[in-house]
Design a protein around this ligand. Structure first.
Ligand code: HEC
Ligand code: HEC
Ligand code: HEC
Ligand code: HEC
Ligand code: HEC
Ligand code: HEC
Ligand code: HEC
Ligand code: HEC
Length: 442
């Protein structure tokens, strides 16, 4: 009860804090929880359409392309070098600095996908088309981040890096780095793994461990990457070959299991169409049977995984309904602006929107389940999806170990009939200090 009172008081204190902060309107965040966080200076680069501030003290004046290049040869020689080595400077009518940044040095622009789309409308349209497939997708990546509850709730230092990767939606210089803007660079796996790496999405490890990736690592340095991603040009496929079929700037039209965090029916009509698109990729080099067997094994592995995950979920839910699992949903610090869960706290075992908020505020057992369902399951998925079977096997062994240890603890608690001790829970979650701290520092 005291915890509930504490929350109410914290919340009442929090509201006027927001109202009287006196922040200029443009310094507010955007998205569902935009009221609860402030952008920091890096946001200008990650999401230029929303945050770029053109007015600043620098050289002033209106310049032609050659003048920009001339002065910037001294100011930023690396940029000018890259630009000189790029296609943009080598075409008959060079695409010079003002094409992307404008001519007026006091009102410089930072290009958005729409800026590039003025000259590359097809590429822009392909990326925007991803939106019709929903999440995950490059086109929706920025919304996905800022509309996550934990984005507003965690300390700034933990969430600013989210934008570095999720900015793939708000600017085109992610796979084509500035100012080379080279197609050849974007075709290589290194263009993707700056973002597609790390425990929830080990695309790098799984690809490199596959027979495709092994071959790429041995020979890839000698391949001619100026060739388009079409049959016959490369002996084995890399990320873009498979996910951006023939250079299509659309990564969402084939994804059946997507991120791997939800159970999905691969046999639905829509997913059958997506599967066909996948087979078209593989038959560039394999007989269709090889690919069909591959996808059957992937679906089987997913089914086995969901059996394991649901088994643990049932055990935790029964512990919860016997009143043996703490903290209860009501005892957890609520999320900012989450009115619904404030008055009607919801269960957090298993999948729910904004799942990553389960990183905190939960019992040790739920946290173990979260680890299993998020990192271990996602690792197994990527291992299978990319043909790295040993990696998938390793993650399944980890999952089995988690099933056993969680089940044993559940049984022990049930036999003793005593509540799972909230002492297991780090007090910063339980007392809401973490949350309060963030509200003061976000
Ligand atoms: C007389 C010299 C001069 C000319 C001409 C010039 N610039 Fe600059 N520019 C600068 C200086 C100095 C800076 C600040 C560099 C710094 O902060 O490190 C700068 C910064 C920039 C930036 C970075 C802005 C930021 O917020 O990071 C861009 C983009 C830029 N210039 C583009 C242009 C373009 C486009 C033109 C031609 C229309 C141009 N410049 C002409 C001197 C010049
Ligand atoms: C094809 C478009 C394009 C052209 C042409 C172009 N730029 Fe850029 N420039 C970009 C993009 C994209 C960024 C990154 C902006 C961001 O981070 O949001 C950028 C950033 C910059 C920056 C900021 C420093 C940095 O790299 O973070 C400077 C300075 C700059 N450009 C100068 C120039 C100069 C000088 C020229 C001409 C030689 C030029 N740009 C031509 C697209 C372009
Ligand atoms: C004013 C028109 C214009 C703008 C704006 C523009 N481009 Fe280009 N871009 C071109 C032209 C022209 C070419 C050369 C096409 C050719 O090879 O015939 C080109 C080529 C390219 C290439 C292929 C390079 C290669 O290696 O073959 C890439 C990638 C590219 N642009 C990306 C971008 C990105 C990203 C932006 C925005 C940051 C952008 N462009 C903005 C006109 C433009
Ligand atoms: C700047 C970071 C960044 C780069 C570079 C990048 N991606 Fe992504 N990608 C993301 C993010 C972030 C998401 C998830 C977006 C979301 O929240 O829905 C994503 C999602 C995806 C998805 C999932 C689509 C789906 O429907 O399941 C695929 C496939 C993908 N990227 C492939 C690639 C490939 C291939 C490359 C390299 C050619 C690449 N990405 C480069 C950040 C990046
Ligand atoms: C290293 C780059 C990187 C960083 C940093 C990063 N993400 Fe992501 N994120 C990705 C990629 C890549 C995917 C898609 C993976 C896939 O589809 O397999 C993704 C997926 C997601 C998804 C799931 C998309 C969906 O709809 O299923 C959410 C939500 C998300 N990220 C939020 C965040 C938040 C919040 C942060 C910061 C705490 C963050 N991300 C930091 C690269 C990153
Ligand atoms: C996920 C990585 C990724 C992102 C993001 C990306 N590109 Fe590309 N881009 C590629 C790859 C890979 C190729 C090479 C395709 C091929 O082999 O045909 C390419 C090629 C290109 C080319 C030259 C080839 C052609 O035929 O058009 C242009 C122009 C281009 N991209 C523009 C853009 C624009 C504009 C954006 C932003 C809307 C963008 N790219 C964002 C990966 C990316
Ligand atoms: C041989 C083709 C192939 C290569 C190469 C490949 N992937 Fe995949 N990738 C797949 C398949 C197949 C799936 C599972 C798709 C499904 O469930 O429908 C997948 C799944 C993914 C996903 C999850 C979203 C989705 O589409 O299901 C991401 C993100 C991803 N790959 C990124 C990458 C990155 C980054 C690389 C390079 C490091 C890479 N892939 C290399 C075939 C490939
Ligand atoms: C550009 C050609 C190419 C494409 C496209 C391609 N592969 Fe491969 N694949 C190869 C080559 C070559 C090997 C053998 C690599 C080696 O070990 O040297 C291979 C190996 C494999 C293996 C391992 C088989 C074994 O016996 O070790 C599997 C599984 C596989 N591919 C599945 C797929 C699937 C599924 C797709 C489509 C999503 C696909 N491949 C797309 C060229 C391709």
């Amino acid at each position: 009860m005291w915890i509930a009172c504490f929350h109410l008081v914290a919340w009442l204190l929090f509201l006027p804090g927001l109202t009287f902060a006196g922040l200029p309107e443009e310094a507010r965040g955007v998205g569902e929880y935009g009221e609860s966080w402030q952008p920091d200076p890096m946001h200008e680069y990650w999401d230029p359409a929303t945050y770029h501030r053109p007015e600043r003290e620098r050289a002033s004046g209106v310049f032609k392309g050659e003048e920009c290049v001339e002065c910037h040869t001294g100011v930023t020689p690396g940029i000018v070098n890259d630009w000189r080595n790029s296609r943009h400077s080598q075409v008959k009518e060079p695409v010079s600095c003002p094409a992307c940044h404008g001519e007026d040095h006091e009102k410089l622009l930072f290009p958005t996908p729409e800026t590039c789309g003025q000259c590359h409308p097809q590429r822009l349209a392909q990326m925007v088309e991803e939106k019709k497939y929903g999440f995950p997708s490059h086109a929706l990546a920025m919304e996905r981040v800022v509309d996550s509850k934990h984005f507003a709730d965690k300390p700034k230092a933990e969430v600013t890096p989210c934008l570095q990767c999720h900015s793939v939606a708000s600017k085109c210089d992610s796979c084509h780095t500035r100012h080379r803007f080279a197609a050849a660079e974007a075709r290589r796996p290194e263009a993707c793994i700056t973002c597609h790496s790390g425990p929830p999405h080990p695309d790098d490890d799984s690809f490199f461990a596959s027979s495709h990736g092994q071959r790429y690592q041995k020979e890839g340095a000698g391949w001619d990457w100026s060739k388009p991603l079409t049959a016959g040009n490369y002996p084995v496929p890399s990320c873009a070959y498979c996910h951006m079929r023939q250079g299509n700037h659309q990564v969402a039209d084939k994804a059946v299991w997507r991120f791997g965090i939800r159970e999905i029916n691969p046999k639905s009509a829509e997913n059958q169409i997506k599967r066909k698109r996948w087979l078209e990729v593989c038959v560039d080099c394999h007989p269709p049977e090889v690919a069909q067997t591959f996808f059957q094994e992937l679906d089987q592995e997913r089914q086995t995984t969901w059996g394991k995950l649901y088994g643990v979920e049932r055990r935790l839910k029964s512990l919860r309904s016997d009143g043996l699992l703490r903290p209860t949903a009501k005892e957890r610090p609520p999320y900012p602006m989450d009115w619904l869960s404030r008055w009607w706290p919801r269960e957090r075992i298993g999948f729910y929107e904004g799942q990553a908020s389960a990183f905190y505020n939960v019992s040790a057992l739920e946290r173990d389940y979260f680890e299993m369902w998020y990192f271990t399951n996602l690792g197994a998925y990527k291992g299978m999806a990319h043909g790295a079977k040993a990696m998938a096997k390793g993650f399944h062994e980890k999952m089995d170990a988690a099933v056993n240890s969680i089940s044993a603890t559940v049984q022990q608690i049930q036999e003793q009939g005593k509540q799972h001790s909230p002492v297991d829970l780090s007090p910063i979650w339980l007392e809401g200090e973490y949350t309060r701290f963030n509200r003061d520092h976000n």
